[in-house]
Ligand binder design. Structure first.
Ligand code: SF4
Length: 127
């Protein structure tokens, strides 16, 4: 079973294998209660989280997520609900790759760590 993302002007194409119910449940376990109430972007203009390719940006919208205390919940929620734009320090394309990693059997915690912490998670594995 695959998911489909509609590209404007094109037919829907299968891009990423859909997560199983078990994998979705595991992703859901990383969503904290009331996480939206502690979001760094709460009450702020979030237009920059939905960048258009032809509009030059002054800053990377992901910079707004850099110190967000609920980025893990945000990312997990976006993975589950196929959100558009920047969520949890990732773009839609990056989340497609994360979903692909999860469907290939990489543990959800490791996928989220790699997306949110980057090299830090690799340093932890080496320690
Ligand atoms: S990670 Fe980014 S998009 Fe998500 S709640 Fe935090 S600031 Fe908002």
């Amino acid at each position: 079973m695959t998911s489909h993302r509609q590209v404007p002007g094109q037919l829907a194409l299968p891009l990423v294998a859909a997560m199983s119910a078990k994998q979705r449940a595991e992703v859901g376990r990383h969503i904290g209660r009331d996480w939206r109430e502690r979001a760094e972007c709460l009450g702020r203009d979030t237009d920059e989280f939905y960048p258009e390719a032809d509009v030059p940006r002054i800053s990377d919208p992901k910079d707004r997520c850099a110190f967000c205390p609920v980025a893990r919940s945000c990312l997990a929620s976006a993975l589950l609900h196929d959100e558009e734009g920047v969520w949890g320090r990732t773009t839609e394309a990056e989340r497609d790759e994360l979903r692909d990693d999860i469907t290939r059997g990489i543990p959800v915690a490791i996928v989220l760590d790699d997306a949110l912490l980057g090299p830090i998670s690799e340093w932890r594995d080496c320690a």
